[in-house]
Design a protein around this ligand. Structure first.
Ligand code: GLU
Length: 319
């Protein structure tokens, strides 16, 4: 019997879907539908301080409006935290995680110069217990200060073959050090939750923005340490940037799908622009999601980030 390939659409309800997320979701969906993969819609709502009320329903609506569909879900991570807690318990019993009370400021102060300005700081291991010290397990019971839990990350390279970027090698310890698997808010951290969910939802193919390429080593390591079977194949797609070359964000104006929709722009126009950025057509033309699915070719996707220009915006809104 051949394996049932499965992917997921995993929006975070921290804001509305914009033209950047939309391209990744559309490409993911097209690859899945063409390949006969199952699609799970998973709302990644664990990032609680940043999640926005109503953004989950809005994401579902936006994806449907674009013409995408799915076979299961939407599932919500907050609906049941027990699978993540079980995974944390397993890591804890295996002595693979330890509590940490460091603040971001502590880490910045301890960080060596090259990493000091980086968005992602390497954790220097301040709270890591000595190899023969078992007191950290008992320390878990102390609730006097918020604690995060960090994974004891081995020093070594992890290799994988990205479906778009090709062969990759990463040393997680050197890049980010012992990373957080449970946050000070007592919630599973993204890296852990995504692995637990990909495994339990049977995900064989992850397609996402290449801002997450650097997270893949951490996720592969967790797959291995949790004994979760073969990890998915990962394909990381270039992001959409503004004319200043920076990742599409609020500073570039309002590029939310809902705003275009409310202004009367058709989904076919939005998909047509995404198709133009994706090497599907040489000039902008309205296109349905189904047509995009039939014509999208990953090997013709430009490797450079797509640039959302003023001309693109003008074409979208020119009716
Ligand atoms: N929820 C994440 C995001 O919206 C995607 C996580 C993933 O695909 O692994 O950026």
């Amino acid at each position: 019997m051949s394996e049932q390939r499965t992917t997921r659409l995993a929006p975070s309800p921290t804001g509305a879907l914009h033209m950047g997320n939309a391209r990744t979701f559309l490409a993911n969906w097209a690859l899945a539908r063409r390949g006969g993969w199952r699609i799970v819609l998973r709302i990644e709502d664990l990032d609680t301080p940043r999640t926005k009320p109503g953004a989950d329903a809005a994401a579902v609506e936006d994806l449907g409006w674009l013409g995408l569909d799915w076979d299961a879900g939407p599932t919500r991570q907050m609906a049941d935290l027990s699978p993540y807690r079980d995974a944390l318990d397993r890591l804890r019993s295996a002595g693979l995680i330890y509590p940490c009370r460091c603040t971001r400021r502590d880490i910045e102060q301890a960080a060596s110069a090259p990493h000091a300005d980086a968005h992602e700081l390497r954790y220097p291991g301040t709270c890591r217990p000595a190899p023969d010290d078992l007191s950290h397990a008992a320390d878990a019971g102390r609730r006097d200060a918020p604690i995060a839990w960090r994974l004891i990350v081995p020093d070594g390279e992890i290799a994988f073959n990205d479906g778009f970027h090709g062969p990759q090698r990463v040393n997680v310890q050197r890049e980010v050090g012992d990373f957080v698997v449970a946050t000070k808010a007592s919630l599973p951290a993204y890296q852990l939750a995504v692995v637990v969910d990909d495994a339990r939802q049977g995900v064989t193919d992850v397609v996402r923005g290449d801002d997450l390429l650097g997270s893949t080593g951490r996720q592969l390591l967790l797959y291995h340490l949790l004994g979760l079977g073969p990890p998915p194949r990962y394909t990381h797609l270039p992001l959409v940037v503004g004319e200043d070359g920076r990742r599409l964000a609020k500073r570039h104006g309002d590029t939310r799908l809902a705003t275009y929709r409310d202004a009367g722009v058709s989904a076919d126009r939005v998909v047509g622009l995404l198709a133009f950025w994706s090497g599907v057509v040489p000039a902008r033309e309205p296109m349905s999601a189904d047509e995009f699915r039939d014509r999208f070719d990953l090997t013709r996707l430009p490797p450079a980030p797509a640039v959302f220009t003023a001309a693109d915006h003008a074409w979208l809104t020119d009716r």
